[in-house]
Design a protein around this ligand. Sequence first.
Ligand code: ADP
Length: 483
Amino acid sequence: MLRFLHGSEDQEPESDSKVDPATSDAKQAEEISLETSDGPEESSESGLPELDEPALALTNESVLLKEKIEGLERRIGYLERIVKVSQILNSTLSLEPLLQIIIQSATELTNTEACSIMLLEKNTGELRFAEATGNSDELKKMSVPLENSIGGWVIRKNKPLLIRDAKNDPRWHGGVDESIAFETHSILGVPLKVRDRTIGVLELVNKKDEQNFTEDDIQIAITLSAQAAIAIENARLLDELQEAYRDLSELDQIKNDFVSIASHELRTPLAVILGYATFLRDNVSGHASEQLEIVLSSAVRLRALIDDMVNLRHIQTEEIQLQRSIFSLRQLVLDVVKEFSEIVSGKQQILTTKFEPADDPLNIDADRQKLYLILANLVSNAIKFTPAQGRIHINVEFKDHKYWVSVIDTGIGIPKSDYERIFDQFYQVEPSLTRKYQGMGIGLSIARGMIEVHQGRMWIESVVGKGSKFSFVLPSAPDVAQS
Ligand code: ADP
């Protein structure tokens, strides 16, 4: 006996509108079929042999046994079909085809005229038809009241409901029948539950051949709904994820276009500023020359920022291409040191280098411009985040067919919790509004991206208040290392 058929806390429907399939037509149908299939048990008056008591008991037992076996076989048949359906449901991730499969399977398995799936809308909380047999376009425009409808009842009470005579049930919402010219007689509604949430309701309408819903139908509907609810939830989540991804891609595209246009538009006037400022600096003397030097260094800085933006875009869109050549890594490091020597001495810092093997040019096959940019970025950060009179050291080593490069400083350090985040775009350990250091927070993400394009990797070790060590390793082809 199914407990849910006797919902106590709700207003009891009319007695004839409730069905207990175990005692009513369902059971009767089984009994009738057993009688006919076994053949009539004839009495002595019909001329056939009369059965004594033990023989009669045996016959009854075998009838009961047969009845049980048939019931079990039928259930196994249903279960097999439900397993097949659930396999299909699990492999369907698109919501609309998924709902159609559920509708079709539910009507076939229960031999009903129609089926509908109503889902609670996440934003509005409204109950709406998501799919239905036939007229679904018309239905999909409709919402169903939660208070005065069978679907609403099933959702609110979170339990199945079987109504034999819908028209005479106060919970029936006749509006749907009217708008799609359909006649509802009986309804079996089952909640679609995902963990402790009800996301909608599955309704089966009108048993075919004027039969009534049986206990098997109810079990099938419950089992199918449990499978369907999870599949629907997964498909919805995937839809949401795909939509969010689409939005994100669109935004990303807008940002990339903006960076492209802005950097292009900024570069042209900047080149003019740089050209004239250089010319003027070389042709004036005294105070004006010093001022022009400041104009020039600011313009150079601006160009570096624009270059960073362009590089970032290239890394993100994976448009980056390596211009490989064989060059001395040692010379590259010395060039970077030279570029920053003035700033270093301005801050009274000490910048040292060490190469291993000491007298080796350390030839490497890589993109020189990109390696220069990576190292310049690390050195510039080391200078920036190290107080005056601090020390910076660059260590370069060729070991195990790899180039190991570290930039070590005695600066402010980085907390362990930020080790990975500093390589994210626009991440800065110091909050941007209260920052005392300049920068956009993209240098490290570009540097790591470029190292990875070279098949290498970059990482950091640091102690807050003591200093940081940024390292990267690059693979080498054996012939390059020896050349
Ligand atoms: P930016 O330097 O322009 O802010 P980066 O991507 O180069 O951007 O660095 C990201 C953040 O990592 C910096 O804002 C800083 O908080 C931290 N950082 C980078 N290098 C160092 C360093 N040598 N010492 C301390 N903090 C650093």
